[in-house]
Design a binder for this molecule. Structure first.
Ligand SMILES: [Zn+2]
Ligand SMILES: [Zn+2]
Length: 395
């Protein structure tokens, strides 16, 4: 990546909506080779001398690292080596598939162009695609299929907000966002009509805070009945990321969890974490959390719940501790960090008839949904402060 000069990306809603986004593919796998196939439309590529090379639909093209360059080989033909390999769609409705072998073989379909570079012993695969097609792909990946259209609209507005807020997140590396949960999970094109129409119905719409700046649209799987304060989870808070009592998610799939730990292990863990009080009266370790708090408490001892969650790999920090004989039972609610929008609550709201504006308004405090044209130009955005979790992930 050191080879690439910093490119300056101009923030302009109009330019971006008509324009394209550069997404790094297979960011968490970092493949050394990939098989490319045209699946729709047609693509132009050239041999190393700049002469056009025709590849048929479905014909496998092996793209791999070659020294510090990129090699391309079509079966039974001569191979070529490039500094940059650009494979560009010609019809405007061009799709290609990429497959990688690895511990988990993957096959994914994308639209638009593919640019390939050598990068630190791997090939850097960048998909240059239409912004709204990218949004639809993110909604499919993050939100799943077969759900209510108002829920898809909610996800579309959040994904678009994230894209524009963090548009320069990887600008130093010559792309905008990666396809991993580090940015937004993106597993390629969307084929669901329900998602396509939800994205179209919210075209260009984003969530703005009271200062007209794009919000950081944090979300998580299930809040357990109350969302968390951002400053309790990360270093700083946001006026729009406040606690919300959520009656919508409490009978959903990730509403509750529990974990049993032996009393002696629990006491040993607390001692290791700084507890120096008595342990002959186990009742002192009982802890009730009807509403979210920051610390677990035993007598005058306090330990941040997020540290316990992290140390035990728990689903949430929203749990109580019940002492039962020679063990403790952690009775927990929700899944994820709890900040911002609760996905299972949002789904339930959508099913009960709320539209996406009402859902966004419920989970984010004092925001408006507006066209990207109305967003205040971002100042330097702090990139590392906010993480997101998709449904089922353990963040
Ligand atoms: Zn990223
Ligand atoms: Zn909830």
């Amino acid at each position: 990546m050191r080879y690439f000069a910093l490119i300056l990306l101009i923030f302009s809603g109009t330019v971006l909506l008509k324009g394209q986004v550069r997404i790094r593919l297979f960011a968490s796998q970092s493949p050394g080779s990939v098989i490319f196939r045209v699946t729709a439309g047609s693509y132009s590529m050239t041999d190393a001398n700049g002469n056009p090379l025709v590849v048929n639909t479905g014909e496998p093209v092996l793209i791999s690292r070659f020294g510090e360059r990129v090699a391309m080989k079509v079966r039974n033909r001569e191979g070529y080596v490039y500094d940059t390999l650009k494979i560009e769609g010609l019809t405007g409705k061009d799709n290609f598939s990429l497959s990688i072998n690895g511990s988990i073989p993957l096959l994914r379909v994308y639209s638009g162009d593919l640019h390939c570079y050598y990068d630190l012993d791997n090939i850097l695969l960048i998909n240059v695609c239409n912004v709204e097609e990218y949004i639809a792909g993110v909604v499919r990946t993050e939100g799943g299929d077969g759900r209510n259209s108002e829920y898809f609209k909610t996800q579309a507005v959040l994904a678009r907000t994230y894209l524009f807020r963090y548009f320069e997140k990887h600008a130093m590396d010559n792309f905008n966002l990666c396809d991993d949960t580090h940015c937004q999970a993106f597993n390629g094109v969307n084929t669901s009509l329900a998602i396509t129409s939800a994205v179209e119905a919210t075209r260009g719409l984003v969530v703005l805070g009271a200062d007209s700046a794009l919000i950081s649209p944090a979300f998580h799987s299930n809040c357990g009945g109350e969302t968390a304060l951002a400053e309790d989870v990360w270093l700083s808070g946001q006026p729009y990321l406040k606690k919300v009592k959520d009656p919508h998610c409490t009978s959903s799939g990730n509403a509750t969890w529990q974990k049993r730990i032996s009393l002696s292990d629990w006491i040993a863990y607390l001692k290791k974490s700084g507890y120096s009080g008595r342990s002959d009266n186990p009742g002192i370790f009982a802890f009730s959390q009807p509403s979210r708090v920051y610390d677990y408490r035993a007598g005058s001892f306090a330990l941040p719940l997020k540290q316990i969650r992290n140390d035990y790999g728990l689903r949430s920090t929203f749990f109580s501790v019940i002492v039962e004989g020679d063990s403790v039972l952690l009775k927990g609610r929700g899944y994820g960090h709890g900040v911002g929008l609760c996905q299972e609550g949002a789904m339930a709201m959508a099913l009960k008839g709320s539209d996406y504006r009402k859902i966004v308004d419920f989970y984010y405090n004092g925001v408006i949904i507006s066209d990207i044209e109305n967003a205040r130009k971002p100042e330097k955005v702090l990139l590392s402060g906010i993480n997101k979790s998709k449904a089922g992930s353990n963040q």
